[in-house]
Design a protein around this ligand. Sequence first.
Ligand SMILES: Nc1ncnc2c1ncn2[C@@H]1O[C@H](COP(=O)(O)OP(=O)(O)OP(=O)(O)O)[C@@H](O)[C@H]1O
Ligand SMILES: [Mg+2]
Length: 624
Amino acid sequence: MNTVLDSSLDPLLDPSRYYSLVNWHTANREISAKIITELMYEELLNPEIVDNHYTLNFEPNIRYSFEVKNRHYFNFYRVVSASLTCFIDDKETPSIDAYHLIGCINKHLNVQPDTQAHAIREFSNTLLGDMHQLGSKRLSNAELLQQDEITIESQLVAHPWIIANKGRLGFSYQDYIHHAPEMGNTVNLLWLAVDKKHAQFNAIAALNYTQLINEELSASDRARFDALIASKGQTPSHYFYMPVHPWQWNNEIVSLFTPDIVNMNIILLGESHDTYQPQQSIRTLSNKTSPKKRYVKMPISILNTSVYRGLPSERVKVAPFLSDWLLNLVEKDDFLRNKTKLILLGEIASINFDHPIYSTMSNIPYQFNEKLAVIWRESIHTKIEAAERCIPLSSLMHRDVNNESFLKAIIDASGLTTQQWINQFLKAMLEPLLHMLYKYGFVFSPHGQNAMIILKDNIPTRLAVKDFVDDANLCVDPLEEHDSLPDELEDILEYIEGPILIQWIQSGLFVCVFRYLTEILEDDFNYSSDLFWESVYLTIRQYQQGFPELEERFDAFDLMRPVFPKLCLNRVRLLDDGYKDKTERPTAAVASMLQNPLFIAAQKYQQQEQEQEKNLQPSPYETV
Ligand SMILES: Nc1ncnc2c1ncn2[C@@H]1O[C@H](COP(=O)(O)OP(=O)(O)OP(=O)(O)O)[C@@H](O)[C@H]1O
Ligand SMILES: [Mg+2]
């Protein structure tokens, strides 16, 4: 059979469907504007400014000129992409070429040659993805308002801050088409039987392995898999069944785990019947056939925005214990359970299978011990009522096929004013996060991909959060609320000083989400960022007034300080770590300090209050 001809017959894999000069130019212009915007924010590019005309001068005789929109907070300036021009020897280039810009920046910042080379691949993948997205079916807001969250996720543009946001180093073109979230394709998962002697299964107290598998695999799939094991002379009850992402099986497991496969510690069972679609995070998939079945998070050992997307064995093992602790905590807390109605998508079960050799080695790069595991996570569809729908937090920054704001469509459909909607949104979003922080010294990582907003009639009512075990952080101070933590977790969780702990809210939510949300509010609603941050301040204050007994914690986790550190995500890649293999996952770099918008809002309110108090004081003349 002629395999070249076979693959050329697959219309899915013909890139020319997406290749278009117009879209290529658009993708180049947009990413170039984003690169300059975010590298100015991270203080790596310092343009000359004359009358709101910004110029970056690069050697030899190259300059990029542009206008910006001043975003008023966080020292943040958005490059207006349509205004971006490039001059070489004083002649304007006919189009914007992102590779040219990246080349100039590499030289200017003295980026290491190996980093430069790898970065080109990350940017190439990102540009290719952007062009595909521009050439794909993009939905209008009217359509999006009718869609489920997984369809909405497939329309989003990926990480708003990281400049090479579709890097996925390790994906072939075929992988990209099949597995990238923005392609919106479904996939069947492969299932493995893993010998119980070599694998670890863990679950929350209310669940056992048999129950889980009976719920996740149909009776016919189970019977087929049991028969296959028996046909190999093995006993099905000696094995756990676990899904593996087909990419991981083909690219990592087959060759790296050959001894286990040969010895039948791992047996390939084949595909199950359900189809799955990747969420924004790529490695977590939603069940399309039965949306109430659990999400499945599996390693895909590609490098995408910051880290290799494997699953660290020690964290996989404790994920259900942490979920149990968190789910119980919410259950017992009247405010969380009845007032905020916070939804936690529990990581209710996991299986880990250590690599026989890497797991015995020390100081090797982290990604080698993250190859074969699975976490089952509760689906949002088991948590919301018929009248509710959920949208990813990141979708609030989305613009549809007509470049119109999705947020605007939601607010219009809600019948509320912008201010009313924002108040509802901030209450739903912040109150549970604040309560977890102040009462339990616990933070999630509430960035746009880890949080979902629940809407009723398009009005935000509550929050759903996910992805705990990777990013769960507790304060270092011994709070009595931590006494109930299971022993298994104590060595695994990060214990962090108060001022650092709150960075997950400051950087994860305020900078990584609200920084962009306020842009939409300014541009599409003419709603000022001052008003937005005042609303955030008032929401926090209102919460605090309801819990005077936690006052000491408001100081320990002080969200109102004048400044907080500016973390930099792109700087780490370009200058600090490059693409070097490191033992530990990279951490964000710190540039300067950011003025805290909440401090500014607090000052303003305190001043107003003092003035009001003064006005209320009886006049000395009247008392005479
Ligand atoms: N708007 C967004 N904000 C943050 N991350 C995003 C966004 N859109 C896409 N992503 C991608 O989602 C992932 C976020 O990383 P994170 O560690 O929170 O999730 P994960 O552990 O991979 O998966 P999950 O949240 O499903 O458990 C990255 O791969 C990132 O590139
Ligand atoms: Mg996540």
